[in-house]
Design a binder for this molecule. Structure first.
Ligand code: SF4
Ligand code: SF4
Length: 282
């Protein structure tokens, strides 16, 4: 029996909303009993795209993270008090039974990912069903995945090493991860490139009318726990350290031959643009 899942490469997502619209197109006005009742045309959707703008000034990034039901292996939405209104199929897909769940608003409040929406008109908790109606009809993808123009999402059998999803995950060599692992839900949806803080800035030479220092060495030394790293500035004198741990403290050391090194202390609570680091000649 396959165990279906989806991989999402956040670095490939352009925030185009094609997946969001595909989900609407599949489910609005369409009942697929017993695996889903129709999605309302207005109100909260079953798939959301979280936009994060981070950094300041000229060092700004925008990341888009697509979030739907994570089809958790230890799903917090499957509780004894809900009976068999919410269940996990043998193929790993978590389903809310549209008949048995009717009227139970507590189901909508049970998901730590905020993936379940309350349909006020239908008095029903609803969510992504990984297009179970398509899978059951013999399709081998979901509407959101087949629609994504950048192939940011891949669907398939997580337990088959030759499936497209397993190959996509293997290609990134252990860098796929779960969203909010602290929930302890063991999601089947896996992410690569989740947004993390960065430090960026530029190195300038004081005696050359503010000319940028191309090829300068910049070292990020972690005070405790976090990883240290080294880079060199590009032709514009810019540098960047990506994927940093939030809350970590560092010293940033800029060095360029013929110039006095400069060190500054930084704390990464969010992405940080340290601006110009001006080096004086020796
Ligand atoms: S993401 Fe939420 S709704 Fe989906 S399986 Fe996990 S707990 Fe249940
Ligand atoms: S369709 Fe693909 S690129 Fe567009 S928002 Fe969805 S995941 Fe991102």
């Amino acid at each position: 029996m396959p165990r279906y899942g989806i991989s999402i490469d956040v670095t490939r997502c352009t925030g185009c909303y094609a997946c969001f619209l595909a989900c609407k197109d599949e489910f609005v006005g369409n009942d697929y009993l017993p695996v889903a009742a129709a999605q309302p045309s207005e109100g909260p959707a079953w798939l959301r795209i979280e936009e994060l703008t981070h950094g300041t000034g000229t060092k700004v990034k925008v990341d888009y993270t697509t979030v739907m039901c994570q089809h958790c292996q230890d799903a917090p939405c499957i509780k004894p008090e809900f009976g068999d209104a919410v269940y996990r199929r043998a193929d790993g897909i978590v389903i809310i039974d549209p008949v048995k769940a009717k009227g139970n608003k507590k189901i909508a409040e049970s998901c730590p990912y905020g993936a379940i929406q309350w349909n006020e008109t239908a008095q029903l908790a609803q969510k992504c069903n990984m297009c179970a109606q398509m899978i059951d009809a013999g399709e081998r993808t979901t509407r959101c995945v087949e629609t994504c123009p950048t192939q940011a999402m891949v669907f398939g059998d997580m337990d088959d090493p030759k499936s497209a999803v397993s190959l996509a995950i293997a290609e990134k060599a252990g860098k796929y991860e779960s969203l909010n692992p602290e929930f302890g839900a063991k999601p089947t949806v896996q992410y690569f490139g989740l947004p993390r803080p960065f430090i960026a800035g530029e190195v300038i030479l004081a005696d050359k009318q503010g000319e940028c220092a191309s090829g300068a060495k910049v070292t990020l030394n972690a005070k405790a726990g976090a990883k240290s790293a080294v880079t060199t500035t590009d032709f514009l004198g810019d540098f960047e350290f990506k994927n940093l741990a939030a809350g970590a403290e560092y010293t940033l050391l800029a060095e360029c031959e013929g110039y006095k090194a400069k060190q500054i202390a930084v704390r990464v609570d969010a992405s940080l643009n340290v601006g110009e680091i001006v080096l004086d000649p020796k």
